[in-house]
Ligand binder design. Structure first.
Ligand code: ZN
Length: 610
């Protein structure tokens, strides 16, 4: 615990958000289930005094990026803990594991010092070595052949080595260039030999480090591997330079200039083991205290910017939902548990540990609502047929919240998990959801140097926090737990091949296609009599209809018939059910459309009569 940080008041700023003010006026038009004094109160406070941006500002500006295992993450988690407690919740830090070594990224700078001075922008991976002060050296480009290698040997001591960013085709071309006219030469082997010789020369000379190019769009993406050996820490300095700046440096060298670079990268390893935590806060239920609705987000982030949209936004909506509900003194029927995980960016580690540590509670978890999809408005959630009635009831007030931010309950084949902490629950059979959100603009900030506070729109954030609060309350007030019948979406049928268009590019040994004798370069002409001229058509037709699929393949000059039979696939019964459910949904939608048309026709007749 850090006593100096123990009592941090949340800045109390009153702000009126035009779009949310007056929400209480809507209450008169809501369905009966959505009309409750508690919801009215939540909507009123959410509209008049929403603090979600205050939480985000503290998280991103006072603390900053929160790499798992860093002191900043621990401090931010203690702040979140105290913040939950200040709302009147029971809160605690729960230890879930440790990292052998921590990592601290200090300030860094990069510049060209010759031929003309200019600033550069770069990133290094987490848990990689820094420079221990400014290191200046000549920029040397990786040699294309052994003659070039010999010519630049004298330049290697203290040099920054510029790696080439090569696609597969460019690498093949380089291999052919090395093989030259010699038909029997193995170009791949020759290139490997050149690379080994160059690595040995670099090691012998003592280079400053390696510099490679970021992608052409100018983004600098942060990542890194926490599995480092404390007795054998990484020593090589490896820097990614912004793509456009890397290209300029290469152009200067190709124009014959001697280019010199200087990097000052303050990366530090922190001796471990480092204890790692999740923050857990409970708003205890009155009627079913040991049943749970879980509202969650990961509070950890990569450390290339401020971790604002991944995932300060989810953290701040979770905190604000807690404040809106607990701050009003509301007591739900079942317990609403708020969780802020660590270790998400390293592979959902905090939530994976949570479901193990709380295994005996999982059958009493009604639903998990995970917010980790960026700053845009929450616009929907996907339910199964069995869940639909409850979801319609819970989300009725959410749908009425803001006419500019429509929200939909979609009916789908089931839950598929995904790449955030709800997946840890889905893997254990618990209904875990992430919100459907527009992804527009998210790529620009996701794990990049642009993920800062300014990118999260205050009105969208206020709306999102209100959606989270209202839906958590709604699920906590239901008579029963969310229905898990047919919850998991069936896995798609797999052939065990890689496709290039409708041509087989690779056959995986032991899988269905291999056992049926398929060969690389077979072309899939049709499935069950339907022509498959593209990859998309192959993938789509494979999932249609019954379990026995008849293929026509072109192999060389001839056409070959082949059958892949999925009858023994354990997912096949669920696929059949899902297809029936899809058919029912289609029929219902068609019926609803027809009714709407009849209704409109009736209105028009009426107006003509009038
Ligand atoms: Zn995330």
């Amino acid at each position: 615990m850090h006593p100096a940080r123990a009592q941090i008041p949340v800045p109390a700023m009153k702000r009126r958000l035009g779009c949310l003010v007056g929400l209480t006026l809507l209450a008169a038009h809501l369905p009966a289930a959505a009309q409750s004094p508690a919801l009215d109160e939540v909507r009123r406070v959410a509209g008049e005094d929403n603090r979600v941006q205050d939480h985000l500002r503290v998280l991103t500006r006072r603390y900053g990026p929160r790499l798992t295992g860093s002191e900043v993450l621990y401090d931010a988690q203690v702040w979140a803990l105290e913040t939950f407690r200040s709302f009147g919740l029971e809160a605690r830090l729960e230890r879930w594991g440790e990292f052998p070594v921590g990592f601290h990224r200090g300030p860094s700078s990069a510049r060209v010092t010759a031929p003309a001075e200019r600033e550069l922008e770069c990133i290094t991976r987490c848990w990689s070595a820094g420079t221990l002060g400014p290191v200046e050296g000549r920029a040397v480009v990786t040699p294309r052949n052994h003659e070039e290698l010999e010519a630049l040997r004298a330049d290697l001591p203290g040099a920054w080595i510029l790696g080439r960013r090569l696609g597969r085709d460019e690498r093949r071309a380089w291999e052919r260039e090395l093989a030259g006219d010699d038909e029997g030469a193995d170009g791949t082997r020759l290139l490997e030999e050149l690379e080994e010789a160059f690595d040995a020369a670099c090691e012998e000379a003592g280079i400053a480090g390696r510099v490679r190019s970021g992608p052409a769009d100018g983004l600098l993406v942060t990542g890194g591997n926490h599995r480092v050996d404390p007795d054998d820490l990484p020593e090589e300095v490896s820097i990614t330079l912004r793509g456009d700046q890397f290209r300029e440096v290469m152009e200067d060298i190709e124009a014959g200039h001697e280019v010199r670079l200087e990097f000052d990268i303050d990366n530090r390893f922190v001796p471990g083991p480092i204890d790692l935590y999740n923050v857990i806060a409970d708003l205890e239920g009155t009627e079913f205290p040991d049943e749970y609705v879980i509202v969650q987000a990961h509070i950890d982030s990569w450390d290339g910017a401020q971790g604002a949209c991944d995932n300060g936004t989810g953290t701040s909506t979770t905190l604000e939902a807690a404040r809106l509900l607990a701050g009003l003194g509301l007591r739900p029927r079942r317990t609403i548990r708020f969780i802020l995980y660590g270790g998400e960016e390293q592979g959902l580690l905090g939530s994976a540990a949570y479901v193990e540590q709380h295994a005996e509670e999982l059958e009493r978890v009604s639903i998990v609502l995970n917010h980790d999809n960026g700053p845009n408005p929450l616009k929907g959630i996907s339910a199964t047929e069995a869940m639909l009635a409850d979801f319609e009831r819970v989300f009725a007030p959410v749908k009425e919240l803001d006419s500019e931010r429509p929200f939909e309950v979609l009916e789908g084949d089931g839950i598929r998990g995904g790449a955030s902490d709800h997946a840890s629950f889905v893997n254990k059979g618990v209904p875990g959801f992430h919100w459907i959100q527009n992804q527009e603009g998210y790529r620009h900030v996701h794990h990049t140097q642009h993920d800062t506070f300014e990118y999260a729109d205050a009105d969208d954030q206020a709306f999102n926090a209100t959606v989270v609060a209202l839906s958590a309350w709604g699920f906590a007030q239901l008579d029963g737990l969310v229905d898990r019948t047919n919850m998991r979406a069936p896995q798609p049928r797999r052939m065990g091949i890689q496709l290039d268009g409708n041509r087989v590019a690779r056959v995986t040994p032991g899988m269905r296609a291999a056992e049926a004798g398929w060969k690389v370069d077979d072309v899939i002409l049709s499935i069950d009599g339907v022509e498959t001229t593209s990859r998309g058509k192959v993938v789509r037709e494979l999932q249609q209809g019954g379990p026995s699929k008849s293929f026509v393949l072109r192999r060389g000059e001839e056409e070959v018939a082949s059958t892949l039979d999925y009858s023994d696939d354990p997912d096949e019964p669920r696929r059949k059910e899902a297809a029936v459910e899809r058919g029912r949904r289609r029929e219902r939608r068609a019926r609803e459309r027809a009714e709407r048309r009849r209704g409109q026709a009736g209105d028009e007749e009426g107006s003509e009569d009038g």
